[in-house]
Design a protein around this ligand. Sequence first.
Ligand code: PLP
Length: 352
Amino acid sequence: MSAYIKRAVLAMQGYMPGEQPADPGVIKLNTNENPYPPSPAVRKVLQGIQAETLRLYPDPLGRALRRKIAELHKCSSDSVFVGNGADEILALCTRAFVENEGAIGFFEPSYSLYPVLAQIRGVRSLPVALGPDFEWAMPASYRANLFLMTTPNAPTGIQYPKAKIRAFCARLRGVVVLDEAYVDFAREHCLDLALARPNVLALRTLSKSYALAGLRLGYAVGSPALIAALFKIKDSYNVNRLTQAAALAALGDQTYMRKLVERIKKTRNWTATELKRLGFCVFPSETNFLWVRPPRLKAHELFSRLRARNILVRHFPGKRTQDYLRITIGTPDQMRALLSAVRIISKKDCFP
Ligand SMILES: Cc1ncc(COP(=O)(O)O)c(C=O)c1O
C-alpha cells in the first residue's frame, strides 16, 4: 500500500497534538486551553443561528469578521486574513512564501508544529537553538525564506525583547510570522511591526484568551500584499458560517476577554509562587502556562505520576525539553489540586 504514498509522507511522524481525554473528570492542563467558558455573547449568537442558513456557503472573504478585526487593530480590512485556526494560516504561509528549494526557520524549542509543516511542504528546516535559559540567540548571518517565531514563546512562556525582534525583521530577506497565540497574556505585542513592514505578519488566535479553541478561528495582520497572497491559495470557504458568527460576537466583547486574561494571570502568578516554594525552577511566563523544572523527580516521572492521579500536563521528550513540564493555567481549584498532588508525590518520593 505504501507505493501510493509520497516518500516524504511515509518518512514523517506527523504532528502529535496534546491528548484530549474522553473522561470529563480529568484535570486538563496539557493543551493551553482556557478553563473558563467563552463570552455569553457567543452562546447567544450560536443559540440564535437558524439551521436553515447552513444551506448556504459562508462569506468566502469573511468580510464582517475582518472589518471587526481591522477596527480592533486600527488598520484596513485589506491587512487582515482569517483562517480555520492559526494552524491553517501557518500552513498557508509555508505554501505562499517559500520556494521549493527554500527553507523554513524557527527557534528550538518553540511550537512543535513548525518542523512538521516544513516536512509536509517538503522544504528544509533551519532551526535556531535558543540560549541556555531559552533566551533569544540569533546568529547575525542567519537566513531563511520564512521564519516562524512564537512570541511569547511556547513551551517556555518567555517573551523576546521587542528591539531584537524588530532588528531581525528589518534584516531578514524573507517573511517573518510573529505567532502571537499567547500575546493577550503578555506585556507587549508586535502588531505594529506587522503593520509597518512589508515582510512581517502577526498571527493571532481565539483559541486561548477568548476561550474558543473548539471554534477554530485564527487571523493574520500585515501588509496587504502578503495578505492577498494568502487569499489566493486558501480553500474557498475556509471559515465556516458558525465560526464567522461566533467569532464576531467574541471579538465584540473585549471586556469579557480582558477579564478572563486578568483572572488567568492572577492564578498563574500565584501558582508560580507556590511551585517555587516546592523547589521547582519556574520560568517567567507571559502566557497562560508555566514552564517548570521539577526538583528531585525526573520530569517524565512526575508527568506519569500526575497522570495516574488524573491530572494531565505536557511533557516534551527531546534533549532540550525533556527535563521540563509545561503546565497550562486552569481554575484556582484545578491548580490547588495540582499543587496538592505534587506535594503528595514529592513526599512519597522522599520517604518511599
Ligand atoms: C504557538 C501556537 N501557535 C498556534 C497555535 C494554534 O492555534 P489555533 O488553535 O488557532 O490553530 C498554538 C496552539 O497551541 C500555539 O501554541
